[in-house]
Design a protein around this ligand. Sequence first.
Ligand SMILES: Cc1[nH+]cc(COP(=O)(O)O)c(CN[C@@H](CCC(=O)O)C(=O)O)c1O
Length: 307
Amino acid sequence: MVQKTDKIWFDGKLVPWDEANVHVLTHTLHYGVGVFEGIRSYKTVDGKSAVFRLPEHVERLFDSAAIMEMKVPYSEDIVNKAIIETLTVNGLSEGYIRPLIFIGDGAMGVHPGKNPIRVAIATWAWGAYLGEEALRKGIRIKTSTFTRHHVNVMMTKAKVCGNYVNSVLAKVEALADGYDEALMLDTAGYVSEGSGENVFIVRKGIIKTPPLTSILAGITRETVIELARSLGYQVVEERFTRDEMYSADEAFFTGTAAELTPIREVDRRRIGKGEAGPVALNLQKEYFKVVTGANPDYAKYLTYYTV
Ligand SMILES: Cc1[nH+]cc(COP(=O)(O)O)c(CN[C@@H](CCC(=O)O)C(=O)O)c1O
């Protein structure tokens, strides 16, 4: 159950959590056209708090809206400020931030007509997405029977609500089969991403991740690539197959919610020694230094605030 906070920013006003409601004929509820973001803020080593890569997340939110031809009634600057305001009014020194832009009620039918475009920002405390043990020991995943969208079936660079029906199908199947997460292949059969994460493998010291084709252009993915290269790792963006993953020395997921979660097993096959690998754990350690302001080279990615 999500941990309630006092206020949600809704169409320009801070309203009590339990009053942030919509009509049952809200267009997005029926037809799935809405866009959202997942953003995290962290307590920083100097006793403050900072949102990680706030401008980049809000930029992607607006890019998603533009791809879906949704005219957002607020500027990026107003949404940036509203996110900080919502965190502070809720007293969240660290937490998860969920901006959502959706099509309200009015006309029904596939075409959204002149229904209003509405904006909400919720914030709450959200610990390790796949569990604390997952961060330490790695997770077991299975290749999903559901394929990631073809790039002309859904707009995969946009974080669209409806895109996540595919993710829900994959995640529900994976957990029902006793795994921790799903690995999704693209329509050509190559490894794409997790239900809510980007994926990396490590083989003979070289880090590999799928190129930006059917996958969401993850901000954590981009950060980890930059961080890994700064640490001297060779990183290639190249598509790979599931059996290349089976014979990898290491594998890991990245995402705002998942942070950097090692993968120890894929389809019942141990990856490397069947535990969280040294490269993954080193990058995870360095990533947490970056998001908590302990690495001054990445101060550019932190938007500070105080509660
Ligand atoms: C499909 C998908 N791929 C990759 C990523 C990683 O993107 P980024 O966060 O920019 O590094 C996410 C984020 N998934 C978000 C939603 C999770 C949820 O359960 O909801 C998240 O991590 O916040 C995805 O949903």
